[in-house]
Design a protein around this ligand. Structure first.
Ligand SMILES: O=C(O)CCC(=O)C(=O)O
Ligand SMILES: [Mn+2]
Length: 200
């Protein structure tokens, strides 16, 4: 099947949206399976000296082993389930990138989110390709250019794939803002290609 691709960024990297990456049925099945089989964690993060729980549940999966640092955290790695591996392989096919790691997020409702950041950790390499699959509730995803402040807002629907590549992590930050309008859970799978020397 030919996928329709929509380019979202005007310059300084690419963000390509494949709205119908997964069928509605498969996305619903994947949502239920991952939600129930995943061994969810809720790490603490320290921001400006305050320690709080991250406002979402997550798991980290890395074929190269443990050790992934962000916001001062080192995450343990969990194995890829069959479902996670299948979606990873579909993403690898579409993007021609051999993904070996995934961060899986569960936003329990609109009160969960992720603040402005970029996926620019050293272990992702200089111009990483990040494949981000959405399952469950639709949430708004924003990208903002670090210098011009230009902002792009899109709705990420269940079954969609967003591929950020090139200089996008260098020049743009992204967020999933908290919202009172959403009451249903959403799962997001972000597949990455971790460079071996940073894996541990
Ligand atoms: O939930 C999303 O769509 C984005 C998640 C994200 O940016 C991340 O985990 O780095
Ligand atoms: Mn991110």
């Amino acid at each position: 099947m030919q996928l329709t691709a929509q380019q979202l960024l005007p310059f300084d990297g690419t963000a390509t949206l494949f709205k119908d990456f997964l069928s509605a049925d498969f996305a619903a099945q994947a949502f239920n399976q991952i939600k129930s089989e995943n061994d969810w964690e809720q790490p603490e993060i320290t921001i400006f000296g305050n320690t709080v729980l991250e406002p979402r549940l997550s798991t980290w999966h890395n074929e190269l082993g443990d050790g992934y640092k962000y916001s001062g955290l080192i995450r343990r790695s969990q194995p890829f389930s069959e479902m996670l591996a299948e979606i990873r392989d579909r993403c690898s096919q579409v993007t021609n990138t051999k993904f070996n790691a995934a961060l899986v997020n569960l936003y329990r409702n609109g009160q969960d989110g992720v603040g402005w950041h970029s996926d620019n950790e050293a272990c992702n390499g200089p111009e990483p390709t990040i494949a981000s699959v959405s399952l469950g509730a639709t949430r708004r995803f924003d990208m903002r250019h670090r210098k011009t402040g230009e902002t792009i807002k899109i709705q990420l629907e269940s079954g969609s794939l967003l591929v950020m590549a090139g200089k996008s992590q260098q020049y743009w930050v992204h967020q999933v803002a908290k919202t009172k309008r959403v009451h249903e859970p959403r799962i997001n799978l972000t597949f990455r290609r971790v460079i071996a020397e940073f894996a541990n």
